[in-house]
Design a protein around this ligand. Structure first.
Ligand code: SAM
Length: 240
């Protein structure tokens, strides 16, 4: 890793709202006003946020399918002395989005990175769940393919920590059915549309939550929180 260059170029990793546009820090607003440009995962969502705070800045799109090309472009600009704010479509960049790659690349290149904390869907869901927060496992997005999903869920069944996962509305019913089969009576909390008008926190077993969701296609953004399996019995060696 190179050391920091004598270069004013800097990446500001800015957490933005996960729904309610008022969930933004003063520091993030100031930074978005001061940087040379903004690298955004979802330019439409970012434009909405910027117009709410009357911020006018050039925006470059940086998302999963153009990240490799854009990464080079952004690194060049940072090396040329530009200041860039990185924002994801919602919440904290770097968590389950392409931000991670750019942050790592900057660190490897010796470009300064500063993180401005703020909203995060995973942490908001964990706190809303009321499930143990002392130890948790963040899984990100669960696999899409049925076989892989089952494999992962079976491997998570004996996890002692609270488990947090992101899921899309298209797959949530299938996931609840799999959870019902694999986790049975385990306590689960499904959060939907956090901080938004139709925010919901559904608690129960997977079967109960499925019933609460009702018929029809589920809509919105979801974070699933699963209670850990509880303390495992210590081995006889440790007990003695
Ligand atoms: N980096 C983000 C963060 O800090 O949470 C998450 C980005 S990830 C690409 C997007 C996923 O986060 C969505 O598919 C959904 O699972 C979850 N998410 C984002 N906003 C949410 C909200 N308002 N309510 C519930 N889940 C949300």
């Amino acid at each position: 890793m190179k050391s920091f260059k004598n270069n004013p170029g800097k990446l500001y990793v800015c957490a933005t709202p996960i729904g309610n546009l008022e969930d933004i820090t003063i520091r993030v607003i100031k930074t978005l006003r001061q940087v040379d440009l903004i690298a955004a995962e979802d330019t439409r969502r970012t434009v909405k946020l910027l117009s709410r705070y009357k911020i006018k800045k050039p925006i470059i799109s940086y998302y999963e399918h153009n990240e490799l090309i854009r990464e080079e472009d952004l690194i060049k600009k940072l090396n040329d002395g530009f200041t860039i704010a990185l924002v994801s479509d919602a919440g904290t960049p770097g968590l389950a989005d392409p931000g991670y790659r750019l942050i790592k690349r900057c660190i490897d290149e010796g470009i300064e990175v500063e993180v401005l904390p703020g909203p995060c869907a995973a942490i908001t869901a964990l706190i809303a769940s009321g499930l143990p927060t002392d130890k948790f496992l963040f899984y990100g997005f669960l696999p899409r393919k049925k076989g892989q999903l089952r494999k992962v869920l079976i491997s998570l069944k004996d996890e002692e920590k609270t488990i947090i996962a992101y899921e899309s509305p298209h797959r949530i019913i299938n996931l609840l059915n799999e959870l019902d089969e694999i986790f049975g009576e385990r306590k689960i909390v499904l959060t939907r549309e956090l901080t938004k008008k139709f925010e919901e926190v559904l608690r129960g077993t997977a079967k109960e939550i499925n019933l609460k969701l009702g018929k029809g296609k589920p809509k919105g953004e979801f974070v699933l929180v699963i209670n850990g399996c509880g303390k495992k019995k210590k081995s006889s060696i440790l007990r003695d």
